[in-house]
Design a protein around this ligand. Structure first.
Ligand SMILES: Cc1cc2nc3c(=O)[nH]c(=O)nc-3n(C[C@H](O)[C@H](O)[C@H](O)COP(=O)(O)OP(=O)(O)OC[C@H]3O[C@@H](n4cnc5c(N)ncnc54)[C@H](O)[C@@H]3O)c2cc1C
Length: 416
């Protein structure tokens, strides 16, 4: 069913009784051309682009729970392409361009809202670092503006500018950054992929890999074995567990990242704001809730819930930046499992085993990458060649030393 103003009017007049399910909840078939493990944003986007761009629609997306039950439905929805390094910058800008056309592409309202992402700086050296980042972005054709304190004050007047422990000196603004509704992104990709013949198989956990020697020729699941010419893994925080089923040990650690939502208040923050003197970022949802987060929990875990020290740490960051939110009540918080890579950048590559392909290492920044990740992973699965913008995301860079160390902290995921 094509969504349009006319279909909406027709349904409105008919009491909204004629809407069909947005996608088919399929049962597994014995074999596919490609199986994508993981029904998050990346897995579903991969299936969509496999079908749409490469004409490969004998594809199954196999999800152990329900689609969007992982990080895709748990993130703070920020999208941006304000990256410094050549390995990252063109890739995230490809993603931003895909976001900008996504609603038309999917015929689905994913609520892409380019309301701006502002990174605050609090010292001269931090200003210089942001100026450098902004220049790198502009050299790659990405929009960036360096604001002084007055420029920031115009955008977000409620911050603590003058009496703060870390006074705000200015900020780096990417106006094209913003937010997108995460569930809608999952549902939109699922609907578009399903319409092109992709099977979306929920409640189907991959428990092992079918092998012919070294070659992976399918998956064992809780709903029986399924064969495939190629198997792509897009299981985010579960990567090390699923890779272990194939006997692989990857340079990934799993950590919890928490998110928080407050009660709804009147419009307070226009876009996304990040604190430069601590790990805290915030935006306001269309319903009025403040949506915010900070650092990962400091230990490895596969639990999708976090602990109290980080709650305190995040709230302290918020209070340092904008004491005005001190009396706002927190409504809820939750956690997701991050696949932290050893240089903070992703991996989209062949695995060492023929027939098995990897999409992982998104750390806490993979939502914004969803369209480009799916696009480039589909390219790799279809052609066996890395897409030009994802060529740097090789697995062997940890052996060869070609790290993409965006944060400049070295191979220390606990510091990312
Ligand atoms: C609190 C929080 C805030 C975040 N904020 C942002 C943000 O603002 N901006 C941003 O860019 N990124 C953000 N992220 C990161 C982003 O959400 C992730 O990097 C991204 O969603 C990961 O890709 P995915 O959507 O495919 O993952 P997921 O949605 O986690 O998909 C993986 C799927 O694989 C399934 N799976 C796992 N094991 C198996 C198995 N054995 N068999 C079958 N299926 C399996 C899981 O159930 C899951 O549904 C945030 C993450 C969290 C948790």
């Amino acid at each position: 069913m094509h969504y349009s103003v006319f279909s909406l009017m027709k349904q409105a007049l008919a009491g909204h009784r004629g809407w069909g399910p947005a996608w088919r909840d399929a049962a597994p078939k014995p074999a596919y051309d490609v199986i994508v493990v993981g029904g998050g944003g990346h897995g579903l986007a991969t299936a969509h682009y496999l079908a749409k761009v490469h004409g490969i629609s004998r594809v199954a997306v196999v999800e152990k729970g329900w689609i969007g039950s992982g990080n895709a439905g748990r993130n703070t929805t920020i999208i941006r392409s304000n990256y410094l390094l050549p390995g990252n910058n063109p890739f995230y800008e490809l993603s931003m361009k895909l976001w900008e056309g996504l609603e038309q592409d999917l015929n689905y309202n994913t609520m892409v809202s380019q309301r701006g992402v502002l990174n605050l700086y609090h010292s001269d050296s931090q200003r210089d670092a942001y100026a450098r980042r902004g220049n790198a972005m502009r050299m790659h054709g990405v929009d960036a503006e360096l604001l002084d304190q007055e420029g920031v004050r115009k955008l977000v007047p409620f911050m603590d500018f003058d009496n703060a422990r870390f006074p705000i000196q200015g900020g780096l603004l990417q106006r094209r950054g913003g937010t997108a509704r995460h569930d809608a992104v999952v549902w939109g990709y699922a609907r578009a992929a399903s319409e092109r013949g992709v099977d979306i198989i929920q409640n189907c956990e991959v428990t092992g890999f079918l092998r012919d020697g070294d070659r992976v020729i399918g998956v064992e699941t809780t709903r029986g074995p399924i064969r495939a010419n190629k198997v792509g893994m897009a299981v985010a925080g579960n990567t090390s567990k699923v890779a272990r089923l194939a006997g692989l040990r990857l340079p990934i650690e799993s950590h919890v990242l928490q998110a928080f939502v407050s009660e709804a208040i009147k419009p307070f923050i226009a876009g996304v704001v990040t604190f430069g003197a601590g790990h805290f970022y915030i935006s306001q949802s269309d319903k009025g809730g403040l949506v915010f987060g900070g650092d990962i929990d400091g230990y490895n875990s596969y639990a999708q819930r976090g602990n109290l020290p980080i709650v305190e740490d995040v709230c302290e960051g918020g209070m340092a930046l904008m004491p005005a939110i001190g009396r706002v009540r927190m409504l809820r918080s939750w956690g997701g499992i991050m696949d932290m890579s050893m240089d903070g950048s992703p991996i989209i590559d062949h695995s060492p085993m023929p027939g098995l392909y990897l999409n992982t290492g998104w750390c806490y920044g993979g939502f914004k990458a969803t369209p480009a990740s799916g696009y480039c992973f589909a390219h790799l699965l279809a052609s066996d060649e890395s897409h030009a913008t994802a060529r740097a995301f090789r697995l062997d860079r940890y052996a060869t030393g070609h790290l993409i160390d965006e944060r400049g902290v070295g191979a220390q995921p606990n510091l990312h």
